[in-house]
Design a protein around this ligand. Structure first.
Ligand SMILES: Nc1ncnc2c1ncn2[C@@H]1O[C@H](COP(=O)(O)OP(=O)(O)OP(=O)(O)O)[C@@H](O)[C@H]1O
Ligand SMILES: [Mg+2]
Length: 507
């Protein structure tokens, strides 16, 4: 490891009603990957936004490559060698890859008396960067047509066009598949070997132990510890993050599993879902595993009122049902919680309480009226039960940290108290402690007679929580495992099978 290239001393940042950072120290060396860990709302994203000039610090010193700096905006930070890949991507969706990469620092040339954009030079530089990263992305592609992983590669490439020597990743792997994570790690290792310094924010402990050299923990905006990764372990890190030991990560209750509640037969939907057959029993937590793109989200959306052109049979409590839209699904007691909070989930410009109570208002629109007192009380109840870090139920959702927004999304579904709750990646971006709290709530719901479908890419979560696990691939169900026989290896081998067959066929 080389010299210190980023140094933070006593960083303080307050928002109205929230002390986000109460005096944080941090340092990054060249050639190292330094993790920042902490619970949802601890201040990780805010700290890095202060470094990059998104927010000015209230107090404290930022030293970059030996010089004291306060950047007015992220472009200025980029120019001084600091780039950030945000938790939510910041690319312009309607523009091309190339335009995004050189936005605000276009290469120009003289053409007679005029200064014009030098597309040839920009193209050349972009290609050089992509070659260095060993990734292949069409420079003319429009961003909105790219997948999450490709968007992230574009952001990394953009950082490299600035000759950054400090790159900050804020939860880069939350929406990536395993293969994409491997590609990202290969790139991070290469950047590290080139002498860059990397700040790595993640809730995934395995990743931190796989890729990082040191780890700094913050809790409630306060500095707690910095450790060499070799000299610590998961339990110790979690204890630093939470302030106490967390024993049982998957607190599954023993539930009495009842009769068949839902049966899906030969179910098809336009696009991707084909010949799906499964059953769901009352009180069960039923898991759906599979690689990204296996069709799990498509299937759940289709069954929960977002079908395109479905065919097949859906039998609920012995009666065949036809669910045509979201309200039909609600009327049958089926609620879907999206993996994509923005698209199907939350109204970020509204309060926490309003988001939680909104579906009930929609459901009981006729004649039922929720007073602001009732709304406040319901909000308060979930803030305390699910552990949402918000100063009040009236707090705007957009001002919550990423993981706390996810908790609002889950609360909203819990408040409806449906018959069947379909959770798609319920704990993505949620810290380890809050995760086990959400798991406990999910598990307790089954004691109250609720039935749960859980889609997750985290196998330990499925293995820890589910009574049975279906594995999907290529839009259909490949296999079902009982809790007693399911293992990570067995599930992966089923999920990966097609990928391997395809590869062999291609050779
Ligand atoms: N613009 C804002 N206005 C008011 N409060 C804010 C704003 N941005 C962040 N906060 C608050 O600052 C605190 C720290 O948030 P931050 O986003 O840094 O957390 P985090 O550690 O990144 O959490 P997560 O793991 O959930 O992403 C939270 O309490 C959050 O609600
Ligand atoms: Mg964050």
């Amino acid at each position: 490891m080389g010299e210190t290239i980023l140094e933070l001393k006593g960083i303080v940042k307050a928002f109205p009603g929230v002390l986000a950072l109460g005096g944080i120290d941090f340092d990054l060396k060249s050639g190292e990957v330094h993790a920042i860990c902490g619970e949802n709302g601890a201040g990780k994203s805010t700290l890095m936004k202060v470094v990059c000039g998104v927010y000015p610090p209230d107090k404290g010193v930022i030293r970059v490559n030996g010089k004291e700096e306060t950047f007015a905006n992220p472009v200025e930070a980029y120019e001084k060698g600091v780039s950030i890949i945000f938790q939510e991507t910041s690319l312009f969706e309607e523009m091309t890859v190339l335009d995004n990469m050189f936005l605000a620092h276009e290469i120009t040339r003289k053409a007679g008396p005029l200064t014009v954009l030098d597309y040839a030079a920009m193209r050349q530089k972009a290609q050089d960067v992509f070659r260095r990263l060993a990734v292949d992305i069409d420079l003319n592609a429009i961003i909105k047509n790219l997948g999450m992983a490709q968007k992230q590669m574009v952001e990394i490439a953009k950082a490299l066009t600035y000759e950054a020597n400090i790159i900050i990743f804020d939860e880069p792997t939350a929406s990536l598949t395993q293969r994409e994570v491997d590609a990202l790690f290969r790139i991070i290792n290469q950047l590290k070997a080139d002498g860059m310094g990397i700040v790595y924010i993640s809730h995934r402990m395995e990743e931190i132990f796989q890729i990082c050299d040191r780890v700094t923990v913050i809790r409630d905006g306060m500095y707690i510890s910095t450790k060499d990764i070799q000299q610590t372990n998961k339990d110790e890190l979690v204890a630093d993050m939470v302030g106490r030991k967390v024993g049982n990560y998957y607190p599954k209750a023993d539930t009495q599993i009842g009769d068949e509640l839902l049966r899906v037969e030969h179910y098809y939907d336009e696009g991707f879902v084909s010949d799906v057959n499964f059953t769901l029993r009352k009180g069960e937590i039923l898991g759906f595993a599979g690689l990204a793109g296996a069709g799990r989200t498509e299937l759940m959306l289709s069954l929960c009122g977002h079908a395109k052109k479905a065919a097949g049979k859906v039998v609920l409590e012995g009666q065949e049902v036809h669910i045509r839209n979201y309200n039909d699904a609600m009327a049958h007691g089926i609620v879907y919680v999206s993996e994509d909070r923005g698209k199907y989930g939350l109204h970020v410009d509204m309060s926490v309480a309003h988001n939680i109570t909104l579906p009930q208002l929609r459901n009981f629109r006729k004649g039922i009226f929720l007073s602001s007192k009732q709304e406040h009380d319901i909000g308060e109840q979930y803030i305390s039960e699910v552990g949402i870090k918000a100063p009040s139920p009236e707090f705007m959702v957009k001002n919550l940290s990423g993981g706390n927004q996810q908790k609002v999304s889950v609360s909203k579904a819990l408040a409806i108290k449906p018959k069947i709750l379909v959770l798609d990646e319920p704990t993505r971006g949620v810290d380890v402690n809050a995760k086990s709290e959400i798991h406990k709530i999910i598990s307790d719901l089954t004691l109250d007679g609720l039935t749960i479908i859980m889609v997750s890419s985290e196998l330990p979560e499925l293995l820890g929580m589910c009574d049975r696990i279906y594995v999907m691939k290529d839009g259909t169900i490949a296999k079902c495992f009982d809790r007693s026989e399911a293992t990570q290896e067995k599930i992966l081998s089923v999920a990966l099978e097609t990928a391997r067959e395809e590869k062999e066929a291609a050779q």
